[in-house]
Design a protein around this ligand. Structure first.
Ligand SMILES: Cc1cc2nc3c(=O)[nH]c(=O)nc-3n(C[C@H](O)[C@H](O)[C@H](O)COP(=O)(O)OP(=O)(O)OC[C@H]3O[C@@H](n4cnc5c(N)ncnc54)[C@H](O)[C@@H]3O)c2cc1C
Length: 276
């Protein structure tokens, strides 16, 4: 069925119940035949074991898995050890990030930006890993300017990234503009669009504030007008995000990466609308 390059993101569960739930989610989502499942990595290595355990389980089930690896707070020695664990587990694909340390966490470690991590992975492990990096069509919230952010993205590709996954967004034009600008700079790696299904208004507003994703006014007003009516929020969210995905694919997006939030239903509903 693999018409498009679709991948699905999980976060490592914190409890045995969470692990059980994620197992069931993964089994359901496997039926969609995604290219791979990625598993996030808490900044400062806070989920290191959970990420590795989750990735091992996915690989043991015969699926492709890509751990994320964030470098903030890490040292060359600690990142080298994580890379060795990934390699030993049979990992061939990594999503390489800077990460964000929680406030009060202290020293930021030996890596300042994700391009330094990509460079380190290549120097240590050659071409063993396919490396994905993050891209921000609506501009990373800490960037000094959109142009600076674009340069930062270019440095990650120059350091050896093979492809990129974007932060989620609901403005397709921001994505197309970003891709066009990178192409003008001679960057030709695939830039897969990150997709956040809409299922919960409060949670969406909180996440979007943190990561700098803009919720278009009309979408925000409609979602808030539904109040506690979760069925209407989900139905409207599904329509909006399906429309976004269709536009992206028709406009040439090389793939979609679904932020599943460890739930099967929202990603499945979207996917079934897209892959008819
Ligand atoms: C697909 C995806 C997956 C993610 N997964 C995780 C995860 O698993 N764990 C996690 O903790 N976080 C994750 N994040 C969040 C990410 O860690 C944060 O967005 C973080 O703030 C930036 O990471 P980055 O790798 O994009 O950093 P970078 O590319 O290093 O950029 C960070 C900021 O620094 C600026 N910058 C870069 N280089 C320079 C320079 N030389 N001088 C000045 N400024 C510079 C950039 O413009 C940007 O504002 C993910 C994000 C995405 C899009």
């Amino acid at each position: 069925m693999e018409k498009h390059n679709f991948s699905i993101e999980f976060f490592p569960p914190k409890t045995p119940e969470g692990a059980e739930k994620l197992r069931a989610t993964r089994v359901k989502l496997s039926e969609l035949n995604p290219k791979y499942f990625s598993v996030t990595f808490g900044a400062g290595g806070t989920t290191q074991q959970g990420t590795l355990d989750t990735v091992r389980e996915i690989l043991a089930a015969g699926e492709q898995a890509a751990p994320h690896l964030s470098c903030v707070g890490g040292s060359r020695t600690s990142i080298r050890a994580v890379l060795a664990d990934f390699k030993a587990a049979g990992v061939r694909r990594i999503v390489a990030l800077r990460g964000d340390l929680p406030s009060g966490y202290g020293a930021s470690g030996e890596f300042r930006y994700a391009n330094e991590l990509v460079e380190f992975i290549r120097a240590e492990t050659g071409d063993h890993f396919h490396i994905e990096v993050a891209a921000y069509p609506e501009v990373h919230p800490q960037a000094r300017s959109p142009q600076d952010d674009l340069q930062a993205f270019a440095r990650k590709v120059q350091a050896g990234a093979d492809a990129a996954i974007t932060q989620y967004f609901y403005n397709a034009d921001a994505y197309f503009q970003f891709v066009e600008q990178t192409q003008k700079m001679g960057i030709n790696v695939p830039i897969v669009a990150g997709i956040m299904p809409i299922t919960n208004y409060t949670q969406l507003m909180r996440f979007s504030d943190m990561c700098g994703a803009e919720i278009p006014r009309w979408v925000r007003l409609k979602l808030s007008s539904f109040g506690d009516d979760s069925a209407s929020i989900k139905a409207f969210g599904l329509d909006v995000v399906t429309g976004l995905c269709e536009r992206l694919l028709e406009g040439g997006a090389p793939g979609l990466h679904f932020y599943s939030m460890n739930q099967a239903a929202p990603t499945t509903a979207l996917w079934q609308r897209l892959v008819k």
